[in-house]
Write a protein that binds this ligand. Structure first.
Ligand SMILES: [Fe+2]
Ligand SMILES: [Fe+2]
Length: 221
């Protein structure tokens, strides 16, 4: 049995179709972008976190795969997408003959990526939480006319730049955001993202690092 690669997942027809359908379904019910762009961003960030912190193969590649597949379960339902994503991944992995130990690690990472139930349970899971929560950005808002009405759209739209920095030497993971405060105040960010930031703190601690949050160059966490 060989370990799976992100490339093999990205070119799998079931992955392509389900991710496309999931994103379309979320668009219909008014959610932000959760398609190939989000999958790709979270895949690369998850892998980078573990690579920078010196985790050995196959963990960084498995983190990339967990990142790519973590929201695929939205094809079933937004509410239960966490479990659905884990089970769909299991199905795809068994078709691709991925070793069961690797399947178990990725499933539990995907199954723990959302607050309030999610907890970092292994390094892949911790990396996935940090990567997913870092992807807050203007480009994810599908309907900018809604920013006056919907706080999630407004906060996402206000974020002009977001970057996740890993300092392995100092053992610090920092999320740096630039927010246009004429669109949304920093307080609004906390109003909806405080529990997410607490989960990021836990995830960083699991990786034996500290989590810092900077908004407009001011350290807030
Ligand atoms: Fe999710
Ligand atoms: Fe996500």
């Amino acid at each position: 049995m060989k370990t799976i690669t992100l490339e093999a997942i990205k070119t799998n027809q079931k992955v392509i179709s389900f991710l496309e359908a999931a994103n379309e379904y979320l668009g219909i019910i008014g959610y932000t972008e959760h398609g190939f762009r989000h999958a790709d961003t979270v895949a690369h960030l998850s892998k980078n976190i573990l690579t920078h912190l010196g985790y050995k193969d196959p963990l960084p590649e498995l983190a990339a795969i967990a990142g790519y597949l973590h929201d695929i379960g939205n094809v079933v339902n937004r509410q239960d997408h966490v479990s659905a994503s884990a089970l769909i991944s299991m199905d795809i992995f068994s078709e691709l003959k991925v070793p069961v130990e690797d399947t178990a690690m990725v499933m539990s990472a995907i199954g723990n990526h959302e607050e309030p139930e999610g907890e970092p349970v292994n390094p892949i899971s911790a990396a996935l939480i940090l990567a997913d929560k870092a992807d807050v950005h203007r480009s994810r808002v599908r309907n900018p006319q809604m920013i006056g009405f919907d706080i999630h759209d407004r906060v996402n739209y206000a974020v002009e730049r977001s970057s996740l920095q890993v300092n392995a030497r100092k053992k610090i993971i920092s999320l740096e955001l630039s927010i246009d405060t004429s669109i949304s105040q920093v307080m609004e960010y906390f109003e909806i993202f405080l529990t997410r930031m607490m989960l990021c703190k836990k995830a960083a601690a699991f990786l034996k690092t500290d989590f810092n949050l900077y908004i407009n160059k001011t350290k807030l966490l």
